[in-house]
Design a protein around this ligand. Structure first.
Ligand code: SF4
Length: 616
């Protein structure tokens, strides 16, 4: 019996959840060496003890009997040694022949994983890294770049905002750092004694978890959000609350809020925004167009609301997301026989990439397609090598969820199956020698990098080993966040254009609250959790307003055909109060075909309807 294990007495380990890029601090309860429960780490400065359902339910995935148990070559088993040797040969041949090695990754927030990728590129210089995510904050980032000249978006002090206006942003349900947002938002919603209560306005087309708790709600479909924000700016300007830049004065002159419902409610919003300058925040949803984000940034700027931006806490991204053009170029290279190896680093692009790319078909032309994954998926089944990787509770790691907090991840159980840490696999290949693998390869690499990027920066009195163990014990270390506020660039306003009027239906797609982008489809706990708004489990559907249902002459559970971009899909109707008219809201992440016994053929896959830039 290990010294620290007493039968019946639980041990707790601080670590980091890596099920999504928010990298929440977690505490893992273990009994006799088996993890049995995941909770938030109350000391972690970002999530302070809170986590989401996916993080909690990930313990279920650890013990999933459908996890891959050994490496596969086609449908046959292969030893790690043989797989590594064959792959290292293929990588060397690709470099020798001048062919590209395409490495697909998701959102990377780990500085050490980033270093592993960089080392891999150094060893195999024909490598190109591609990063994607299904629901991307590309529009918000690109607007921020135009407005502030960089990609570092500060956190918002939600707990200091008296007035919040959300434009289709489910900021406390499923968007941005919703775990922290919810914590900060509720700090200022002390409704029992009414000592300190913020006011939440939500303008949205669907009914989201955020919209459910709004004090005032406007039904505004996503395609009218630009009109809505223009109307607010123009009316505040007409009322002399703000003075707007001359370049956009004429553009906004014809916009008003008259068409957006109850005038009393609208006046209440305008009054609140004008009497809470510097103490309110307007926030736009990730899927809204760039122009909406620019207009929102501008309005926050001229209302003085940038005081609520925390410039010392910047969200960081270690690998830039690839553009649509880069992915198109990759597929052209594959089709022209210029790619020797494709590596999927814990991602599932065959399911996620919009069908228009023809990615699945193109993979047939690549000799070596390798998937590093925990469970079989739509991508791994079309490849040659399927390499099973550790679950997050079996892994080492680190994360910069933002620039001033470094979090650590430690294994709390030995790998249950014959799996390896995904970074160790790349490191072995970077060494160019299958025999170089050992269980500590990534652990040691991580500590060396920690010494470089954290120890040197902090320069503590403790020696390196003691300091590492103390950070590992806590699960994080605070670093100095020393950014100065960025200055708004008025030239960004030249991107603002007239809002186009459309008469047709609006299709609005968002990630599922529980199965996410489909990654968690095989987790029965998450499929079983009732939707926070509709309470539906085990399915997705087309949510529409009662008036729209009448217009379409459909009833609850009828099947409707959604036809977009000349592509069609049939899905059941859910008549939802609170939806804006002519808006069809559907959650993504369903309709998987190779998720496993639990997740296969649950719901409908709407990704094929998306445009190449993931818009819809
Ligand atoms: S938001 Fe949930 S899934 Fe993402 S890191 Fe936090 S606990 Fe994990």
């Amino acid at each position: 019996r290990p010294e620290e294990v007493l039968p019946g007495i639980a041990n707790y380990y601080a670590s980091t959840c890596t099920e999504c890029s928010l990298a929440c601090g977690i505490l893992i309860k273990t009994r006799e060496g088996r993890p049995i429960k995941i909770d938030g780490n109350p000391d972690h400065p970002v999530n302070k003890g809170k986590i989401c359902t996916k993080g909690q339910a990930s313990i279920h995935s650890l013990y999933d009997p459908e996890r891959l148990k050994e490496p596969k070559f086609g449908i046959d088993s292969i030893s790690w040694q043989d797989a590594d040797e064959k792959i290292i040969d293929a990588l060397n041949s690709a470099v020798k022949d001048g062919k590209e090695i395409s490495l697909f990754v998701g959102k990377i927030v780990s500085p050490t994983t980033k270093k592993v990728l960089d080392d891999f590129v150094k060893k195999y210089p024909t490598t190109k890294i591609y990063s994607y995510s299904l629901i991307t904050d590309r529009n918000r980032r690109s607007a921020w770049q135009e407005c502030y000249g960089n990609n570092d978006i500060p956190s918002i002090k939600w707990n200091e905002a008296e007035i919040i206006l959300s434009l289709d942003s489910d900021f406390i349900g499923n968007e941005g750092n919703f775990v922290e947002n919810m914590r900060l938002f509720s700090e200022k919603r002390e409704v029992v004694n009414k000592l300190d209560v913020n006011r939440l306005y939500v303008a949205e087309g669907r009914l989201s978890a955020t919209g459910m708790i709004a004090d005032y709600r406007f039904r505004v479909s996503p395609n009218r959000q630009l009109e809505f924000i223009y109307g607010i700016i123009n009316e505040l300007s007409n009322a002399k609350v703000i003075s707007i830049d001359s370049t956009i004065k004429s553009l906004l002159a014809n916009y008003s809020l008259d068409e957006f419902g109850n005038r009393e409610k609208i006046n209440h919003l305008l009054k609140d925004l004008s009497s809470n300058k510097g103490k309110s925040i307007i926030h736009a949803g990730e899927t809204l167009p760039k122009e909406v984000h620019i207009a929102v940034n501008y309005l926050n700027e001229i209302l003085g609301n940038t005081q609520l931006y925390d410039w010392k806490k910047l969200t960081s991204q270690q690998v830039e997301e690839s553009s649509t053009r880069e992915i198109e170029e990759l597929i052209a290279k594959i089709n022209n026989n210029k790619v020797g190896v494709v590596i999927h680093f814990d991602v599932n692009p065959v399911y996620h990439l919009p069908k228009e790319f023809g990615y699945k078909e193109s993979l047939k032309k690549v000799g070596n397609v390798i998937s590093l994954t925990e469970v079989e998926n739509e991508t791994s089944i079309v490849g040659k090598f399927t390499l099973p990787i550790n679950h997050m509770l079996e892994s080492w790691g680190d994360a910069f969820s933002r620039n001033n907090v470094y979090s650590t991840q430690q294994p709390v159980i030995s790998p249950i199956f014959n799996t390896r840490q995904k970074e160790s696999i790349l490191l072995t290949w970077s060494n160019g020698n299958a025999n170089s693998y050992n269980e500590k390869i990534y652990h040691e690499y991580l500590i060396n990098n920690f010494n470089e990027i954290v120890y040197k920066k902090k320069n503590p009195l403790a020696d390196k080993k003691t300091f590492w163990y103390s950070v590992l014990h806590d699960g994080f270390v605070n670093l100095e966040g020393n950014s100065t506020p960025a200055k708004f660039n008025e030239k960004s306003l030249s991107n603002l254009k007239e809002s186009k009027k459309t008469n047709g239906f609006t299709l609005h797609l968002t990630e599922s609250y529980f199965v996410g982008d489909g990654k968690f489809a095989n987790n029965g706990w998450l499929q079983e959790t009732p939707h926070p708004v509709t309470k539906v489990t085990w399915d997705n559907y087309a949510a529409i307003a009662p008036k729209t249902a009448k217009e379409l002459n459909v009833e609850m559970n009828d099947l409707i055909e959604v036809n977009y971009n000349s592509k069609k899909i049939n899905l059941p109707v859910l008549i939802q109060l609170g939806m804006s008219e002519k808006t069809i809201h559907v959650e993504l992440g369903y309709g998987r075909t190779n998720a496993g016994e639990v997740g296969n053929d649950v719901g409908f896959n709407l990704i094929p309807l998306m445009n190449k830039d993931f818009s819809f």
